[in-house]
Design a protein around this ligand. Structure first.
Ligand SMILES: Cc1cc2nc3c(=O)[nH]c(=O)nc-3n(C[C@H](O)[C@H](O)[C@H](O)COP(=O)(O)O)c2cc1C
Length: 365
C-alpha cells in the first residue's frame, strides 16, 4: 500500500501530529508494551507507546534506547508521574528526543512544562469529559479517550457516550480507546469525530507481544462477560479477566488483604529498587489523589507485582490479567504489520461502501 493510495479520510490530524502513516495507536501496557511490540507497531505505520510505569529509571532508559535501535519511526513513552524515579524518566524522554509522553493520573505541571519546552507531545488518557478539558488546559496535545470497555484502569462511561462528549469539549486530536480491534471500529470512531483509535488488548494479542503462551490462552478463552471491573487489585476500578486470583482477592478479609499487600510491597521494593521512603511517598501521593484506604494505598504501590506474575512469569491463575472486554471477541495472533494493514484495508472498504451507499441514496433522493 503506497501512501498515496491510502483513503484520504484515514490521513487524520493524529497522523500529522505524530508523523505516522495510519491513525492507529498501540497504547502502553505494563510488562507488555516492550521495545519489540512498540517497534513492531511503529514499523507497521502506527504509533506505539512503551510501558515504563513498571520499570526502574535505568531500565526505562535502556528500553527507550532499545526501541530506537529497532525502529527509526516515532514512538512514545508511558509512565506514572508519581512513580519512584519519575524525574529521571522525564530526563531520558527529553535526552533521547522521544516523540511523545503519555500519562493518566496526577499530572505534574513541571514535567509537562519540560516536555512542552522540548517539543515532546503530551498525550494523557482520560475517562470523563471534564478530565479531557482539564488535561488540555494543562497542555495536552492529543487526548486518548478511554471508555469503560477498555482494559486496565478504566472509567464508567462507555466509549459510545464518552467519545462524542470529549470530541465536542476539546479541539486537540482525540484517539478513541476502549473496545477497538478492527477497521469497522476505526471508521465508527472517525464518524464520531475522533481522529483515530488507540488499542491495548488487541496489541497484547499479537506475535510481538511478550506475554507467555499460557497467559495468552486465558485471554483467548475469556468471553466478554468474564472481563469485569474490580477495585480489589489496587483500590481503583480496573478491568481484568476474572480468574482465581481475583476471586481470592475479593473474598479475602481486610486482614488477609493487608497481609498480602505488605508481602507484595516488599517484593515491589526489591523489583523497583525504590527506598522505603520513596515507596511511601509514591503511595501517599496516589492516596491523596485517589482517596484510597491505607491497605489500598499499599496495594496500589505494588499492584505491578500481581500483574507481573501473570504477564511475565506465565502464571495466569496466580496474578492479575488486565484486559479490555474486546478480548472476548479476539481469537487470533497476527503480527503488528498484519494487524495494522488489515485494519486499514477494512476501514477503506467500509468507507468505500458508505460512500457508494450514500451516493446511491443521494441520487435516489
Ligand atoms: C495488560 C494491560 C496493561 C495496561 N497497563 C497500562 C499502563 O501501564 N499504563 C497505562 O496508561 N495504561 C495501561 N493499560 C490501559 C491501556 O493502555 C489502554 O488504555 C486500554 O487497554 C485500551 O482499551 P482496550 O484494551 O479495549 O484496547 C493497560 C491495559 C492492559 C490490557
Amino acid at each position: 500500500m503506497s501512501p498515496s493510495s491510502v483513503h484520504p479520510s484515514l490521513h487524520t490530524r493524529l497522523c500529522s501530529t505524530f508523523g505516522v502513516r495510519f491513525p492507529v495507536i498501540q497504547t502502553a501496557m505494563g510488562w507488555v508494551a516492550t521495545p519489540e511490540l512498540v517497534a513492531g507497531t511503529a514499523n507497521a505505520g502506527g504509533m506505539g507507546f512503551l510501558a515504563c510505569a513498571t520499570l526502574r529509571p535505568e531500565e526505562a532508559d535502556r528500553a527507550i534506547a532499545r526501541t530506537q535501535e529497532l525502529t527509526d519511526r516515532p514512538f512514545g513513552v508511558n509512565f506514572l508521574m508519581e512513580q519512584p524515579g519519575a524525574a529521571d524518566i522525564v530526563d531520558s524522554i527529553v535526552r533521547r528526543k522521544v516523540r511523545a509522553a503519555s500519562y493518566s493520573r496526577s499530572p505534574n505541571k513541571k514535567f509537562i512544562e519540560r516536555f512542552k519546552a522540548a517539543g515532546i507531545l503530551c498525550v494523557p488518557t482520560v475517562g470523563a469529559p471534564r478530565h479531557a478539558v482539564k488535561a488540555v488546559e494543562l497542555g495536552a496535545d492529543v487526548i486518548v479517550c478511554q471508555g469503560g470497555e477498555g482494559g486496565g484502569h478504566t472509567g464508567s462511561y462507555p466509549t459510545s457516550l464518552l467519545l462524542p462528549q470529549v470530541v465536542d469539549a476539546v479541539d486537540v486530536p482525540v484517539a478513541a480507546a476502549g473496545g477497538y480491534y478492527d477497521g469497522r471500529g476505526l471508521v465508527a470512531a472517525l464518524a464520531f469525530g475522533a481522529d483515530g483509535i488507540a488499542m491495548g488488548t488487541r496489541f497484547l494479542l499479537t506475535q510481538e507481544s511478550p506475554v507467555p503462551r499460557a497467559t495468552l490462552e486465558r485471554y483467548f478463552e475469556a468471553d466478554v462477560p468474564d472481563i469485569q471491573i474490580t477495585t480489589e487489585v489496587d483500590g481503583l476500578p480496573q478491568r481484568v479477566i476474572r480468574n482465581e486470583f481475583v476471586e481470592r482477592l475479593e473474598s479475602g478479609s481486610a486482614i488477609a488483604r493487608l497481609a498480602r499487600a505488605l508481602q507484595s510491597g516488599l517484593a515491589y521494593r526489591k523489583m523497583s529498587g525504590a527506598g522505603i521512603f520513596e515507596l511511601l511517598r509514591s503511595a501517599t501521593s496516589m492516596r491523596q489523589n485517589e482517596k484510597l484506604s491505607r491497605t489500598q494505598m499499599l496495594m496500589a504501590a505494588n499492584a505491578p507485582i500481581f500483574i507481573k506474575r501473570a504477564m511475565v512469569e506465565g502464571h495466569p491463575a496466580d496474578g492479575v490479567l488486565p484486559s479490555g472486554q474486546v478480548a472476548g471477541v479476539i481469537g487470533d495472533l497476527p503480527t503488528c504489520q498484519e494487524l495494522v494493514a488489515r485494519i486499514v484495508e477494512e476501514a477503506e472498504s467500509r468507507l468505500a461502501a458508505l460512500t457508494k451507499e450514500g451516493g446511491a441514496l443521494a441520487s435516489a433522493g
